[in-house]
Design a protein around this ligand. Structure first.
Ligand code: COA
Length: 258
């Protein structure tokens, strides 16, 4: 397995866990870390991970954002390259061929919030604090926040979060629909591991197709999305898991998926 200095990738029973590991910088994302995440996502996809968990090392932070010491003196072309790298990582999470769960174990600010937004599901510990805080640095969200946040929480809440740069607690994030669940801090890892295991036990191709179809809901007209859904749906017929799932139902037994 490849080794990186700023992240860890562990794979067990079809579940990949990618941990951003710069606790002394509260897991802020510099270029090296973003590039390592890209490589790790490729590796997990090549190894056919059935679910992926994204989290941060230590007790304090998921990811405290883009690396402010790196950004401070960037020129516009350099900032553009950094934004493109951040966008690439977020897109790769969004398009990862299996569900991705953000286990938000602490601060998720700026680019950290944006990576969580690119995941399929977000589970926060009750002491997590989340925000698109860029405005107070004199910038705006640059890794997808202006686009993914309103789709998730609605336009008014997104504007409030981005304009005021407010840091909200996990319960408020849940009430806004920004996270799907809040759990006690000491239960976060186990709870997310259980969710990931449950997903890994589902039919892999069907889950990948479900993710792809759901992603289209934000990308296209409803008519084109429905066409897309029909194509993906029919494409699953003849797969082992479709035959097995339906046969098992008709024989009143548990299915054995590939
Ligand atoms: N980029 C670079 N370094 C960061 C960072 C970031 N986004 N967030 C935290 N750090 C560094 C701090 O500079 C500090 O470094 P030091 O030990 O060399 O002084 C170290 O991580 C610990 O952070 P510190 O601020 O001392 O911890 P704290 O517990 O007092 O506060 C936060 C934690 C998260 C509230 C605070 O660090 C913060 O507001 N960070 C910036 C968040 C932000 O705006 N992110 C969006 C960027 S797009």
């Amino acid at each position: 397995m490849s080794e990186w200095d700023t992240i860890r990738l562990e794979q067990e029973d079809g579940v990949a866990t990618l941990t951003v590991d710069r606790p002394d910088r509260l897991n802020a994302l510099n270029v090296e870390t973003l590039e390592a995440i890209e490589e790790a996502l490729d590796e997990a996809a090549d190894d056919d991970a059935s679910a992926l968990v994204l989290t941060g090392a230590g007790d304090d932070a998921f990811v405290a954002g883009a690396d402010i010491s790196y950004m401070q003196d960037l020129s516009t072309p350099e900032a553009q390259a950094y934004a493109e790298l951040g966008h690439r990582v977020a897109d790769e999470l969004e398009q990862f061929p299996a569900p991705v769960i953000a286990a938000i174990n602490g601060y998720a600010f700026g680019g950290g919030c944006e990576l969580a937004l690119a995941c399929d599901l977000r589970v926060a510990s009750e002491d997590a604090v989340i925000g698109q805080t860029e405005i107070d640095l004199g910038i705006i969200p640059g890794w997808g926040g202006t686009q993914r946040l309103p789709r998730l929480v609605g336009d008014e809440i997104a504007r409030r979060l981005v304009f005021f740069g407010e840091r909200i607690d996990a319960q408020d994030a849940f009430e806004h629909g920004l996270v799907g669940e809040v759990v006690a801090g000491d239960q976060l890892d186990d709870h997310v591991a259980q969710l990931a295991d449950d997903l890994a036990g589902k039919p892999t191709y069907a889950l990948a197709a479900a993710k792809e179809a759901l992603n289209q809901a934000h990308e296209t007209s409803q008519e084109a999305g429905l066409r897309y859904e029909r194509r993906l749906w029919s494409g699953l017929f003849g797969t082992h898991d479709q035959r097995e799932g339906m046969e098992a139902f008709l024989e009143d037994r548990a299915p054995e998926f590939e």
